[in-house]
Ligand binder design. Structure first.
Ligand code: KG4
Ligand code: ZN
Length: 337
């Protein structure tokens, strides 16, 4: 079985081919246009997807050495994400399916982040996934393929969103997550005690207070600019410390509650070095096996959509041509997650 995967939920246009022999290609066209605005501009994202999607798909087919005529199904991100961006990918995928008379697989982007762990690895079920991206922060108990129970999620900002918004306050370029990560390696994580919210709740998160706290902390300094110049790395390290401590504490709660022996990280923030170090330590302490996708499969990519589509196609989980995109996870309440 040969699956073409397409991802267009936010600001990456991506395509990949996954076959019985594994991943054959993984192409990403990132949209630089948003950088000047300090965040993703939805309308510009849709237009950029529209412009690059066919070329990206062609490149994935060429690099995978699989002609379109040998593709058995097209997997595409159905949501969550930006409505306009999702529509471009979904309509394009439907068009390909209609023209080739092959089935469509509508993939949940959050599921795909979790199954990115299966590209190079075979995590054992049941496991708990800490799925941390720019739009979501979730603890998910995965008991079998596509059998998910949501243990808890963020009540406001996602972890990645917190990194990005705090980065903006600190004057860092978008997306700030990787920049804060890099700077944290040279700073003191105990320089300032930023709040770790909702520690009295087992599985839920809240990160919006953290950015306010960073803002007030800077405003309290006599000379904010000079203070930032001198201590940017320390502030980055302290922010990373506050975010990763909460994530790891709640992951520990989830391990204790579910009794799993396997844990997985997923989503863009799982690229974070401090989080990786702390989860490695947690795995050692709890005797759990830890799975983290390769960096290229942590942030948005189509390889994760292609492998999830492959696993869904094996289970006959196809979508019909009336399938609509969904912007948020509420539309998924009919499913388990
Ligand atoms: O999963 P992803 O690529 O897109 C969404 O589905 O949202 O995640 C993007 C998020 C951004 O907020 C970005 O700042 C964050 O992941 N991110 C990081 C790192 N690399 C990406 N955050 C912290 N440390 C990193 N190394
Ligand atoms: Zn994502």
């Amino acid at each position: 079985m040969n699956i073409l995967g397409i991802e267009s939920s936010c600001d990456e246009t991506a395509a990949a081919v996954y076959t019985d022999d594994g991943l054959q290609s993984n192409i990403i066209a990132s949209q630089a246009v948003h950088q000047q605005y300090g965040g993703v501009v939805p309308e510009l994202a849709s237009r950029a997807h529209h412009k690059t999607i066919w070329h990206t798909v062609q490149q994935a087919l060429e690099e995978g050495a699989i002609p379109l005529s040998d593709i058995n199904a097209v997997a595409v991100t159905q949501g969550p994400g930006l409505m306009g961006s999702l529509l471009v990918g979904l309509c394009f995928a439907k068009g390909l399916c209609l023209s080739r008379n092959i089935p469509l697989v509508g993939v949940n982007h959050m599921d795909a982040h979790i199954y990115a762990n299966f590209i190079d690895d075979k995590p054992e079920y049941p496991f708990v996934s800490l799925t941390v991206s720019g739009g979501h922060t979730q603890l998910v108990h995965v008991t079998a393929p596509f059998e998910h129970t949501l243990l808890g999620q963020t009540r406001d900002d996602a972890a990645g969103e917190a990194f990005d918004k705090i980065g903006k306050i600190l004057g860092l370029p978008y997306p700030a997550g990787p920049v804060i990560d890099e700077r944290s390696e040279h700073g003191d994580p105990n320089f300032h005690d930023f709040p770790q919210a909702m520690l009295d709740n087992d599985f839920e998160f809240s990160f919006s207070g953290l950015k306010t706290s960073v803002k007030y902390f800077l405003e309290d300094q006599d000379n904010e600019k000079q203070f930032l110049d001198e201590h940017l790395d320390d502030i980055c390290a302290s922010v990373s410390h506050a975010i990763t401590e909460v994530l790891v504490k709640k992951l520990r709660n989830a391990i204790e509650y579910t009794g799993v022996n396997t844990i997985a990280l997923a989503g863009g923030v799982s690229a974070n070095s401090m989080l990786r170090r702390k989860t490695n330590k947690l795995a050692e302490q709890t005797g759990c096996e830890l799975h983290i996708p390769k960096l290229a499969y942590c942030t948005d990519n189509a390889a994760m959509i292609a492998i999830t589509g492959y696993m869904m196609a094996q289970r006959q989980m196809f979508s019909d041509m009336k399938t609509k995109p969904f912007a948020n996870l509420k539309a998924l309440e009919r499913r388990k997650i």
